[in-house]
Design a protein around this ligand. Sequence first.
Ligand SMILES: *Cc1c(COP(=O)(O)O)cnc(C)c1O
Length: 405
Amino acid sequence: MNIPFSPPDISDIELNEVIDTLKSGWLTTGPKTKLFENKIAQYTGTSMGVCLNSATAAMELTLRLLGVGEGDEVITSAYTYTATASVIEHVGAKIVLVDTKKNSFHVDYEQLEKAITPRTKAIIPVDIAGVMCDYEKLFEIANKMRGLFNPSNKLQKALGRIIIIADAAHSFGATYKGKRSGSLADFTCFSFHAVKNITTGEGGAVTWRDIPGIDNQEIYNHFMLLSLHGQSKDALAKTKLGGWEYDIIIPAYKCNMTDIMASLGLGQLQRYPELLERRKQIIKMYDKAVKQAGIEVMEHYTDEYSSSGHLYLTRIPIKNESLRNVLIEKMAKRGIATNVHYKPLPMHTAYKKLGFQINDFPNAFDMYRNEVSLPLHTQLKDEDVEYVINNFLEILKESIYHYVT
Ligand SMILES: *Cc1c(COP(=O)(O)O)cnc(C)c1O
């Protein structure tokens, strides 16, 4: 048996889309990227979308677009992947990490509120595993703390409060109270990295909610400038006969999506409803078996929200890192790839150097030390899921026996 953790699911639909692009004579940002942007906006229920080369770029450019930088603070969860926090450092702002709520993989909203200062410009909530954060609560906090907010440019003034930028690397297709991820936060950043639910190899996108008094086209154009050298015309516009001339408006960055990537994404998006449905079936199978065995898991589907089913995080009944790691090795010996999401940021060298200590994040540490993520992807057959469950429960039983005796 060989059960990988999260291989991409590529069908003839994607292959044909990519071949079509390769034969078209246009490989970089062009008609396919624009079409993918429109489809993403349509799918998420927003006015516009921008495609970039990663979620990291999407988050960083969003902070730059908003003029967040030196002297500002941005709050995020200690329980996430480094990209969520590193972008704050990239733009020169201060990273403020908040612990998770006890027994939750999501940030603690009470502690988050207490972390707000007059320097706070944005919050980056993380829709971990595809389960969306409580956006009603987040906006309630941002609105309540309006008085502390010090806007320093037109966009910040128009928003008039702390800005909510979702790290939605996991939550494309998820819903919260009937609304799709992408249409809830002020800005939402998606990842199409190879291990994510929907992939373009590497890739990302950002969508945003309409902002009163701000022209969406202006935001779009600003993203275009930031992502393509600050150049007044993109490559396609420059190829128009006689249209060589351009200006450089800002010495900006380079993180545009190519049409090859976008065509892969267009194929994936066509199949996405089926892919989401298959993820749901697998989660239901896991839930049934795992909950019976007394293992804690996240709820992916409730009356309030529906997850994108990106990761299956479990909390085994052994609160011990090294025994958890032995269990992971034993699973690997039986051909099953598992993973840990996440080692909290304060445990990594880079964040220790910034002065963070895991002792200050006891809830995040508590979530991490017995977390095991099971394989979850659309190549899994029912027999594979059963094989994972049987081996997981068997190995766990052995481990608990050794743990208590
Ligand atoms: C994958 C991931 C990212 C980064 O996405 P890229 O597209 O690789 O930049 C950010 N945040 C989380 C939570 C992720 O899992």
